[in-house]
Design a protein around this ligand. Structure first.
Ligand SMILES: *Cc1c(COP(=O)(O)O)cnc(C)c1O
Length: 380
């Protein structure tokens, strides 16, 4: 069997070992330590935010962001529907109720029209959400200007789920820095990885200090162990933060490599009728974490699932576009606001979409293998 081509696999820089060795030599194996502090400072500097708190996962970062915004049992939280379940699971951890917002065509992300309608109705019901979670899918920034203006007009804070868009920017400003809180993930398949981990970023230094407190079992300032509120064990270890520091050094290179992968796909397949690549909104710069495309069912005979199976038969990993959360059994009871009455964009993207292998460590030869197989099916 030929070597497997993954959707997105970890890509080490070689410098990780240096930071890990330092931690070993100084015996900073204990959870916190110099790599943790340095990784936070370096990430905040990269993003251009006042501060950052490094955590055990992106999911933990979303959980703490919601908690810091005072989300409680029975509250509502709005969330993009076209996303990974981790965007919304923390809403359930807090006993709050998610309301899902559809995508729009130009970014595949949250539709300002749908958001506006949802907030108007919430206002009329006298139950505004405690937060809006805006996701930047596959590296593409949502329409942040429009979304922020709408949320600001209702004084509802935004959490930017930038788990997939680290290294992207919107009108020159780094992805993740638009809302009250931004969230990054360093899971194994993300653009940079610590094997598992996440970051909460914000300009509110006090809120981030509180997030660190909550993430370390909420210990009050007393030499004996004293606790007044519920805490979590959500901090990243000093060893993994060392991996993160080395990965951050090569982030911009990784972004460039993924954009090159995207460009090669477009060059080879962009001319085929009915094949549409995920757009990049003017004024934005996507990290192209995953190359995603849609197949117009009127023009392309093969369905995305069948194409994925054909790739799999050749040991190549493809994936459908995220199944919208409002279609998930877990969220069956939740409300959903479509882009327009007769147009559910996220459902169409789900049924027509496919993600292609996009790793920054995929060789040109490997990509050629993927491309020639795709051509075989798409041109017939
Ligand atoms: C990966 C991901 C997360 C969760 O990150 P973890 O670090 O795996 O917990 C959240 N939201 C989106 C959109 C993601 O892709």
């Amino acid at each position: 069997m030929t070597k497997r081509i993954f959707l997105s696999s970890p890509h080490m820089s070689g410098n990780e070992q240096k930071y890990i060795n330092e931690a070993f030599e100084t015996n900073w194996i204990a959870p916190l330590g110099p790599n943790v502090n340095a990784f936070e400072k370096e990430m905040a500097a990269y993003a251009g935010s006042a501060d950052a708190a490094v955590l055990s996962s992106g999911t933990a970062a979303i959980h703490l962001a919601l908690e810091l915004l005072g989300v409680e049992h029975g509250d509502t939280v709005f969330c993009s529907s076209l996303t990974f379940v981790a965007s919304a699971n923390p809403i359930l951890y807090l006993g709050a109720v998610p309301v899902f917002i559809d995508s729009e065509e130009e970014t595949w992300n949250m539709s300002p029209d749908a958001l506006k309608r949802a907030l108007e109705e919430a206002q009329a019901d006298r139950k505004l959400p405690k937060a809006v979670i805006v996701v930047n899918l596959y590296g593409q920034s949502a329409k942040m200007d429009e979304l922020m203006a709408i949320c600001d007009s209702y004084c509802v804070p935004v959490i930017e789920d930038a788990a997939e868009s680290l290294g992207s920017s919107y009108k020159g400003k780094k992805s993740g820095t638009f809302g009250k809180f931004g969230v990054y993930s360093f899971n194994g398949n993300k653009i940079i990885t610590t094997s598992g981990g996440g970051m909460l970023i914000s300009d509110d230094v006090d809120a981030l200090a509180k997030s660190r407190f909550l993430a370390t079992q909420a210990r009050d300032a007393a030499p004996h162990y004293q606790h007044s509120v519920v805490g979590y064990n959500y901090r990243m270890s000093n060893i993994l933060a060392g991996v993160g520091r080395a990965q951050l050094e090569v982030l911009d290179e990784r972004v460039k490599a993924r954009r090159d992968v995207f460009d090669r796909y477009v060059e080879a397949l962009g001319g085929i009728e009915g094949v549409h690549f995920m757009p990049e909104l003017e004024g934005t710069y996507s990290n192209r974490w995953l190359t995603a495309l849609t197949l117009d069912p009127d023009k392309v005979s093969i369905k995305p699932y069948a194409l994925m199976d054909a790739l799999e038969a050749e040991n190549i990993e493809g994936r459908p576009v995220w199944k919208p959360l409002h279609l998930q059994p877990l969220f069956e009871e939740c409300r959903f606001y479509p882009h327009a009455e007769d147009d559910v964009v996220s459902e169409r993207l789900f049924s027509e979409g496919l993600c292609l292998p996009s790793g920054s460590n995929m060789t040109v030869e490997e990509q050629e293998r993927v491309i020639s197989l795709l051509k075989e099916y798409l041109l017939n």
